[in-house]
Design a protein around this ligand. Sequence first.
Ligand SMILES: Cc1cc2nc3c(=O)[nH]c(=O)nc-3n(C[C@H](O)[C@H](O)[C@H](O)COP(=O)(O)O)c2cc1C
Ligand SMILES: [Fe+2]
Ligand SMILES: [Fe+2]
Length: 390
Amino acid sequence: MYEPEVTKDIINIGVDDRKITKFENQYDLPDGMAYNSYLILDEQVCVVDSVDADVTDEWLANLAKYLNGRDVDHIIVQHMEPDHSGSLATFAEKYPNAKIHTSAAALNMMKQFFEADFSGRTNIIKEGDTLKLGAHELQFIAAPMVHWPEVMMTYDKTDKILFSADGFGKFGYKGAEADDWACEARRYYFNIVGKYGAQVAAVLKKAEALEINNICPLHGPVLPENEPLEFYINKYKTWSAYEPEDDGVAIVYASIHDTGTKQAAEKLAELFEAKGIKTGVTNLTEDDLHEGVEDAFRYNRLVLCASSYDADVFPPMRQFLNVLNIKTYQKRRVGLVENGSWAPTAGRVMKQYVEGFKEVQLAEPMVTIKSALKPENISQLEALVDAMLA
Ligand SMILES: Cc1cc2nc3c(=O)[nH]c(=O)nc-3n(C[C@H](O)[C@H](O)[C@H](O)COP(=O)(O)O)c2cc1C
Ligand SMILES: [Fe+2]
Ligand SMILES: [Fe+2]
């Protein structure tokens, strides 16, 4: 059972949206999404971040319930992205005495997103600034480009809590049944934050100097959940350094008619598994592309299989490779399988992408299939498996 109380006077008044099916209009949400917001009940009352506009009413009701008649003195806007600040203007109107603490860059964005006039009630915060609420003293930590430019994290020096904005967030509502923190946190991390590994590593370094009991992210559960806190921090260290997390192979394929390309991908999975190698298979025409991105970063190896299409590659594969490129895919071994019925071209296009990735080894030779998988292709796939494992 998920408890909103983080400590005796810090409460997660956020909202679990169990109905939403896509985050940012593109990431599949089989278990909805959590938008957290934290209320600190001290001599002065402070709210850390609001929520998505879609769940404003439920959030304001949670807030009123825990305020129990008190007013709000401060709201900290760590991040201006609408999934956390969509309710800010409504909140600001309802709580006119609440001072808004935010970075200079976030204040600029606030003016871009809202018509409302916040002048006379804002306080610009920067790295190292503090805010004393009574027993609690908060200190601000700049987290530029994790994953927006204006992000500030907040450290409660009293309870030793790091409010980590989108850092350590995940998809899914809190307490979802099939919950596995790393699985949905990894898909969230690589697809949403993944491009900014260096910036995440810089914040982790700053966090190392702090004593931390709990991490309070804006999505997902307060940490630690089922593992010690180091487990989550170590995952972030691995991910932000683009180091593989597991020994295995991601197989990602795009097949037009589910003939040779799909057959090759399935055969490859069978061959790797027969050798005791873990596989993660993504069918780009059926599965969430972002699961493929997650697995590509999770494992140390990736095999791409795609059919040719108008002297190019079947577009779902181009889209996948575009995303890997944006997320600075690197430090892996990659193998290629192309298919075509007259003049296969998919391999050439995939190879161009792979050659542009940093520290990626291309396993040779590429396998070419003509329409359907033939016995001679199977020995070629076996050779590719050996090259991937060499
Ligand atoms: C719109 C379209 C364009 C295609 N363009 C090419 C092409 O440029 N070169 C080629 O060799 N095959 C081309 N093909 C054929 C497929 O790549 C080929 O039939 C492949 O074997 C399909 O395997 P799959 O069902 O596993 O995707 C094209 C097929 C379609 C439907
Ligand atoms: Fe964000
Ligand atoms: Fe977010």
